[in-house]
Design a protein around this ligand. Structure first.
Ligand code: TPU
Ligand code: MG
Length: 565
């Protein structure tokens, strides 16, 4: 079989397990898109714009482990690069492919359309280099295989995005055939001597402590260490909490799980236990201003072990080139059969942790809808097959409060925090995993950025349930710092689905202003076959979680620190 640069790329996509790639057409990538269409194992999925295309791929990578998106030069790619920055922040291997100027036009002095009107076409590659772990430009078929392989291999190893641009006249050029895919998937093993030293150091650290706790961070999945973290928790028997962004990265029904650690937004009793503990094992954690609640809830210092994807830091020592899962398994093995380090768990129970108070709701059908009732409704439909996407805003905290059975997943984008991320990312996730009960919780302000991708859910008949919280503005910003810029134009959100449906769509838009209307809407959504159901939930602007209010105050204080003298 004769390969071209484009069919080579498609073959590599299929080999790494991509059943789909996302695309927006433009004349710099049309021939490339033709080449990609030749491969029947990797379907082309279209998006409404390139920002959404990047986020769709980002969401696909959350479900599938990796993803790709294909856009046109500059006008497309510069929009997609925002989502690629997000994939970098969120540790997701997304391959951004951009069509590029004809190879004869590079360094020719010609001025081309879709460019900034100068004659240097290297700017996009230079920008991409800052936002990816590998960025290559292909202007001849001769070296296309090694450049494509380098970009994909690096992305998969580092769990970061990569960038490939292909001159528009090169994508259909004959190209050598791809070799075995193992060359791209093989990961170097942990350095044996370093691993042994790290396991000894961490084990000795824990032996010297009475009251350790485990804190799970959002890099745990990228490190491939979710299962190993469970084995460590089983071996130690201590309390385990997840950071805000890492919800569902540790099973919530595990006997040692105590909830979210997030300053004043923590689950009940979690801060008490962290204050009482004498040490923290921080696994794949990201400590930023938001996750530490304005630097006030930040475990650090000599009593904290920082264990990341490939580096573990204990006291004065640092160990590199070792996989986190190997470190955790080594430490778990060390403690197997020994007395449990479960003092924090005993204390947690002693102070009444883990006792869930179910406060009965005494609302009536005709009562005005409340945030609380929306959260209860969400909780009532979470199954082990459910994935919830929680957008920036009070959706973070509503989703955070939701209890998850084993198997249920939550997706957040807290490091990048781009409002509007969740709509296209949920679309991409649902393309990869349509069999799951996919639920999106998104605020009105966020929705206005990327609403178009609901149209793509309609186009592909994807059964996504969308809770659209219409609270008349940017409530999260109101809690941090208010002003007229936090007001938004109201939309008929439920009505928008008719626009997306046009003559052939099967989406449904519903509006709930009372408790009874929401209950009916949720029933309708569960019974709906094919296509998304958007439930516009109308609540007052100030009806938000207490977590948002207290967290917002801390963040405002951190933002407002005067410049150091
Ligand atoms: O629950 P609620 O009302 O806070 O959510 P909603 O309505 O989605 O409002 C979100 C408000 C918000 C803004 C404007 N959250 N963060 N921002 C700042 C921001 C601006 N632009 C982007 C791309 N991302 C942001 N996070
Ligand atoms: Mg809002």
């Amino acid at each position: 079989m004769a390969y071209t640069v484009g069919t080579y790329l498609a073959e590599r996509f299929a080999q790494i397990g991509l059943k789909h790639h996302f695309a927006v057409a433009g004349d710099y990538n049309l021939v490339l898109l033709d080449q990609l269409l030749e491969n029947k194992n990797c379907e082309q999925v279209y998006c409404s714009n390139e920002l959404n295309c990047g986020f769709s791929a980002e969401g696909y990578a959350r479900a599938n482990g990796a993803a790709a998106c294909v856009v046109t030069f500059s006008v497309g790619a510069l929009s997609a690069l925002n989502a690629i920055g997000g994939a970098y922040a969120e540790n997701l291997p997304v391959i951004l492919v951009s069509g590029a100027p004809n190879s004869n036009d590079h360094a020719s002095g010609h001025i081309l359309h879709h460019t900034i009107g100068t004659t240097d076409y290297g700017y996009q590659l230079r920008i991409a280099k800052e936002l990816t772990c590998a960025a290559v430009s292909i202007i001849s078929a001769e070296d296309a295989p090694e450049k494509i392989d380098h970009a994909i291999r690096t992305a998969l190893r580092e769990k970061k995005p990569a960038y490939i641009e292909i001159a528009c006249n090169v994508s259909a050029q004959p190209c050598r055939a791809p070799g075995p895919i193992s060359a791209l998937l093989n990961e170097p093993a942990s350095d044996a001597a370093t691993l042994k030293a790290a396991v000894e150091a961490v084990s000795k650290f824990i032996e010297g402590k009475e009251k350790p706790v485990i804190l799970i961070g959002s890099k745990l999945r990228a490190a491939g260490a979710e299962e190993a973290a469970i084995r460590l928790a089983d071996a130690l028997g201590c309390c385990v909490a997840t950071m805000g962004a890492a919800k569902s990265f540790f099973p919530e029904d595990h006997a040692n799980y105590i909830g979210t650690f997030w300053g004043s937004a923590s689950s009940p009793k979690v801060v008490d236990i962290f204050n009482w503990a004498d040490s923290v094992l921080a696994l794949g954690c990201i400590f930023n201003d938001y996750s530490t609640e304005g630097w006030t809830a930040w475990p650090r210092g000599a009593n904290v072990v920082i264990a990341d994807k490939e580096i573990t830091k204990v006291g004065e020592q640092s160990f590199d080139s070792i996989h986190l899962r190997d470190v955790l398994d080594g430490v778990a093995k060390h403690f197997a059969g020994k007395a449990k380090k479960d003092a924090t768990m005993v204390e947690y129970k002693r102070i009444g942790g883990g006792v869930t108070e179910t406060v009965p709701e005494n609302a009536k059908k005709d009562d005005k809808l409340t945030r609380e009732h929306i959260q209860r409704s969400l909780q009532s439909i979470v199954t082990p097959e459910t994935t919830i996407f929680g957008e920036t805003g009070d959706s973070w905290f509503n989703v955070s409060r939701t209890k998850l059975p084993r198997g249920a997943r939550v997706e957040y984008e807290m490091q990048w925090g781009h409002i509007g991320w969740s709509v296209p990312s949920m679309f991409g996730y649902a393309v990869a995993a349509p069999e799951r009960r996919n639920i999106l919780m998104v605020g009105d302000g966020s929705f206005q950025l990327t609403a178009q991708e609901v149209g793509q859910m309609v186009r592909r008949n994807l059964p996504v349930i969308i809770f659209l919280i219409n609270n008349a503005g940017y409530t999260i910003e109101v809690e941090i710092h208010d002003g007229p810029y936090n007001n938004i134009k109201n939309w008929n959100y439920a009505g928008i689905i008719d626009t997306f449906n046009a003559e052939d769509g099967k989406g449904k838009g519903l509006r709930a202003t009372t408790i009874g209307e929401l209950d009916d809407a949720v029933k309708t959504a569960l019974a709906h076959k094919g296509g998304p159901v958007l439930i516009e939930c109308v609540i007052p602007r100030d009806d938000c979680t207490s977590e948002l209010i207290s967290w917002g105050r801390h963040v405002a204080t951190a933002n407002g620190r005067p410049p150091a003298k």
